[in-house]
Design a binder for this molecule. Structure first.
Ligand code: ATP
Ligand code: MG
Length: 650
């Protein structure tokens, strides 16, 4: 049964030979990290350059009446200096960033030496506008190197960046600017994606009508497209940096000074301004980047995320640059000019490590094997996945077709709030099971609790709500401006533990399987069923491209199973095919999982980071589409009308 694939993929001989962390070393390091955390973190933190060394490692309490999280708290450092200066002068001529433009003919390389100059000029430019340590700067940019310069320039002078994904609407942008009272916005005239221009500056202009506190907008000339200009407020990026010196001393920051605010993608409602601080976050970013990707100097590393998401912060920018890596930044989309674009880029830049999201994998899988097989991909050594549970079907395709059966896959479970990867295989240490995020990273102690808050056994197979039992350096410190919401969301549900909001299963081998958000776990006639499992069964059918499953009130079962299904290109939906899919799921998982209703949909509602918004699908299934809540983070609001029109539960 494909959705219940029990195949184990052992650590490859190549990974075993080349790794620094094999299975024994993983066990030993993990044991040290939880039994002697002080010693472990002292050593890991030494990977950074500290201006003032810290003396104390950890000072945390998750008691909701005295909640504080501090790591390395009396040390000082600067994130930009750690990402740039400490690789100089030795690596001044090594490539820091490979930029691949939307247009396949456009690409460039930025060395560590050049990165230093760009960042310092902009840092001085920001200072000339009066930006000071602690000020919030909003960055609303396409995927161009200036986005990286902007983040690092803020870090250099101690300003707190808030990157807002360039696909967000003016209203969503204004809300995020106001929430953190940011008075500077850095943007571009337009962004290019899939051959189309997005009017970023015009969006900023519209946002300004609702964000009166902004005093200056810095504009990068990306396309030269037309736009309005307010000379009192707008300033060209190239003019701002033109006469600025190419050196700027990095501001000494306390380890607990804020580094950035990032609003979560909004799958579950009102966005939260998650705040990360400097020292712990950077230790965590650098450490996980090195171990999870088994990164070695000289390798070309590509994370396809946008810098507007936490994955872009930690694994395009801070982690790789802190490790002196070459990080690839891609402006475009996976399917333009053709569905082979990712693999063309892999060949063009000889990428060794490739990290993407299940939504992209499923979209490319839908196009068949042809576009992949027309490329070499011989440089690839490791593949990664993040963002949603990856269906075993998509995992297997990624492994077999993209990786030619040769590259391990690291399925990395983590959240904006965790700063970096929490549960993931290490390629040289962990045997893989498709669909499982496998084992905790160093220092991470996951556990399961029941809905009633009862702890479930520490060993053996169990399923419940996923909590983390002890702090780690990369943990978010608060929700900006709303510390009480931080406490209520993460620490009130299960006293003394961090509540992830996700459900999980641990198997007999101690492997972790994320079953989806807790809200997405169904209770059908008293049985707990993860929506992820039913979705995987559906996607395992050759006709199905994508599926989303939600519950709806059912007189007899408590909850019924409502499935939204997108079929592969060219397959016509019929009543018979709905019936056939119900049978298929019944056979794959068991009678208890038989779908009650199957609705075919040309598209599913997704966040702009590509995650399915089950919150909206649940409302439609419950016939309560009058109140869909915040839909401003939807990528394509029009799909919702079609879903309501054709709903099954009238
Ligand atoms: P919001 O918190 O606003 O609803 P979000 O949770 O989608 O938004 P992120 O922090 O980007 O915002 O996503 C984290 C969530 O993504 C996790 O809690 C989990 O549900 C899901 N996720 C991420 N990686 C994986 C993975 N490898 N396997 C399973 N689920 C994953
Ligand atoms: Mg979340």
């Amino acid at each position: 049964m494909p959705s219940q694939d029990q195949t184990v993929y052992p650590v490859t001989e190549t990974s075993k030979r080349s790794t620094r962390v094999n299975a024994e070393r993983y066990s030993e390091m993990y044991r040290l990290s939880v039994e002697e955390p002080d010693a472990f973190w002292r050593q890991e933190a030494a990977r950074l350059d500290w201006m003032t060394p810290f003396t104390q490692v950890e000072d945390t309490s998750w008691d909701k009446d005295d909640l504080h999280i501090r790591w390395f708290a009396d040390g000082t450092l600067n994130a930009s200096a750690n990402c740039i200066d400490r690789h100089l002068p030795e690596r001044a001529n090594d490539t820091a960033i490979i930029w691949e433009g939307d247009d396949p003919a456009a690409s460039s390389k930025i060395t560590y030496g050049e990165l230093h100059d760009h960042v310092c000029r902009l840092a001085n430019g920001l200072k000339s506008l009066g930006v000071k340590k602690g000020d919030r700067v909003t960055i609303y940019m396409p995927m161009i190197p200036e986005a990286a310069y902007a983040m690092l320039a803020c870090a250099r002078i101690g300003a707190v960046h808030s990157v807002v994904f360039g696909g967000f609407s003016p209203e969503a942008l204004a809300g995020r600017i106001n929430d953190c009272a940011s008075d500077i916005v850095i943007t571009a005239d337009e962004g290019m994606r899939g051959g189309r221009a997005t009017p970023l500056k015009a969006n900023v202009d519209r946002a300004m009508q609702h964000a009166p506190g902004v005093r200056q907008v810095i504009v990068v000339k990306r396309t030269g497209g037309k736009m309005k200009w307010d000379p009192a407020r707008d300033v060209w990026y190239h003019d701002l940096i033109a006469r600025q010196p190419a050196t700027c001393p990095p501001e000494p920051m306390n380890a607990e000074d804020p580094l950035f605010i990032l609003y979560t993608s909004g799958s579950t409602g009102q966005p939260k301004g998650v705040l990360h601080t400097t020292g712990g976050y950077l230790v965590w970013a650098a450490m996980t980047h090195e171990y999870v990707f088994d990164y070695k100097p000289g390798e070309i590393y590509w994370c396809t995320a946008d810098v507007g998401w936490v994955t872009g912060h930690t694994y395009i920018l801070y982690g790789p640059l802190a490790n002196g890596a070459t990080t690839l930044m891609f402006e475009g989309i996976p399917t333009w000019p053709g569905p082979d674009r990712f693999w063309q880029v892999v060949d063009k830049h000889q990428v060794n490590i490739f990290y993407t999201a299940p939504t992209a994998i499923r979209a490319l899988m839908r196009e068949g094997d042809g576009p992949v097989q027309g490329t070499s991909r011989a440089s690839l050594r490791l593949l990664g996945s993040v963002g949603e549970p990856i269906n075993p079907e998509a995992w297997t395709w990624y492994h077999r077709v993209v990786g030619d059966g040769r590259c391990p896959i690291v399925d990395t479970w983590w959240q904006t709030e965790t700063g970096g990867v929490m549960i993931s295989p290490l390629p040289g240490a962990t045997d893989l099971k498709p669909g499982s995020a496998t084992k905790p990273v160093f220092g991470i102690m996951p556990a399961l609790v029941s809905n009633e808050g009862e702890p479930l056994p520490d060993t053996g197979a169990a399923e419940g709500n996923l909590i983390i039992q002890r702090s780690w350096p990369g943990q978010a410190r608060t929700i900006y401006g709303d510390h009480q919401r931080f406490i209520d969301t993460y620490f009130a549900t299960y006293p003394g533990a961090y509540f992830t909001g996700d459900g999980a299963r641990r198997d007999e081998d101690g492997y972790w399987w994320i079953t989806g958000r807790v809200d997405d776990v169904l209770n059908v006639s008293g049985h707990r069923l993860g929506t992820a499992e039913i979705e995987s069964a559906l996607v395992a059918h050759t006709d199905v491209a994508e599926a989303a499953v939600v519950g709806y009130p059912h007189d007899i079962k408590g909850q019924g199973i409502y499935c939204y299904v997108t079929l592969n290109a060219g397959i016509i939906p019929t009543e018979e095919s709905a019936q056939m899919l119900r049978q298929w799921v019944r056979q794959e998982i068991g009678p208890i999982a038989t779908p009650d209703l199957v609705q075919f949909a040309p598209g599913l509602p997704k966040t702009r980071s590509g995650k399915i918004m089950r919150r909206i699908l649940r409302k439609i299934a419950e016939n309560e589409f009058g109140n869909l809540g915040d839909t401003s983070t939807l990528a394509d609001p029009s799909v919702v009308e079609d879903l309501i029109e054709n709903r099954k539960n009238r």
